[in-house]
Design a protein around this ligand. Structure first.
Ligand code: ATR
Length: 285
């Protein structure tokens, strides 16, 4: 058998992201860019999975020789539930965005969202989280998913504010053992308070809305504002941040690329360069 013949028979490693909706996913472009850095041949598809079909689709994918999966909205909790084992950060989040087969039919899950957020703030933007007074807006899955790595940076304190204040209270209680003072409540409780780092983890921006921040909420002199959402235009929260003279403002595009890079590392043991990929994506927005 000639060399060419063998190469044709052996198919490249196969990856995918499962979500619903999935049409606008940038993950295939990001992972193609990563694989080109190492001249690896692999396939990465975005798959829209029916709401009733997730568990069966995961099984089919790995039975068919799939090498790794990303999982996005609304399946992250179900990905965690179906995995045989979980990383500590995925266990904390109760949600996973990465699945990897360990052999013998064993599936491990992980959650790279929080690390992605921290890397984008600290390594890419040069922001400090350590020792800072952090405000997090929102108390849904996106926020729960990032809290452990964020608290691991040892901020001075964390306040979680949410429209439904009880959800913020529950979340704060769930992470109260991490040696960082953490409280949760509603937006009115923010009146007169000052923060050094504000992270928007609500989905309000997707509908063009701003979370109901009180008028007398203060940003400190070097306050950084991060929106986990991104788009071609500044989000409402980014515009609010600019109007309040935030020192630095960033959207979530870099977080997306960083969580993907950590997924790639978990699957393939190599760390792709993220800077050029973020730059290319930014130009394409
Ligand atoms: P995700 O996975 O994106 O976190 P989610 O779990 O549905 O999705 O959470 C959405 C978050 O955005 C919640 O914190 C939600 O607040 P409620 O818990 O009070 O619903 C918040 N959110 C969505 N739209 C909002 C708006 N217009 N103003 C303020 N908060 C909003």
């Amino acid at each position: 058998v000639s060399q060419t013949r063998v190469e044709k028979v052996v198919s490249p490693a196969s990856y995918a992201v499962f979500g619903n909706p999935i049409k606008h996913s940038k993950s295939p472009v990001i992972h193609r860019a990563f694989s080109e850095q190492f001249e690896h041949e692999l396939s990465y598809r975005a798959v829209r999975v029916g709401l009733d079909d997730f568990e069966a689709a995961v099984e089919r994918f790995f039975d068919g020789g799939g090498s790794g999966l990303n999982v996005t909205v609304p399946f992250k909790e179900r990905a965690f539930a179906l995995a045989d084992e979980a990383s500590p950060r995925a266990a904390r989040a109760g949600a996973a965005n990465v699945l990897l087969p360990l052999g013998d039919g064993i599936l491990r899950c992980d959650n790279t969202d929080g690390l992605g957020l921290v890397r984008d703030m600290v390594a890419n933007n040069g922001w400090n989280v350590t020792g800072r007074r952090v405000l997090i807006l929102g108390a849904g899955g996106a926020v729960r998913g990032v809290l452990q790595p964020l608290l691991g940076e040892r901020p001075h304190s964390v306040v979680i504010a949410n429209r439904t204040s009880t959800k913020a209270e529950v979340l704060a209680k769930d992470f109260a053992d991490m040696e960082v003072p953490i409280t949760g409540g509603g937006y009115t409780e923010l009146e007169g308070q000052t923060f050094d780092l504000i992270i928007n983890g609500t989905s309000a921006g997707l509908q063009g809305d701003l979370p109901p921040l009180p008028a007398n909420l203060r940003v400190s002199e070097k306050c950084c504002c991060y929106d986990m959402v991104y788009g071609s235009e500044p989000t409402p929260f980014m515009r609010w941040s600019a109007a309040h003279a935030a020192w630095a403002i960033c959207d979530g595009l870099g977080m997306l690329v960083e969580q993907a890079a950590e997924s790639f590392y978990l699957w393939r043991g190599l760390r792709p360069a993220t800077g050029p990929v973020i730059k290319d994506l930014r130009n394409q927005l």
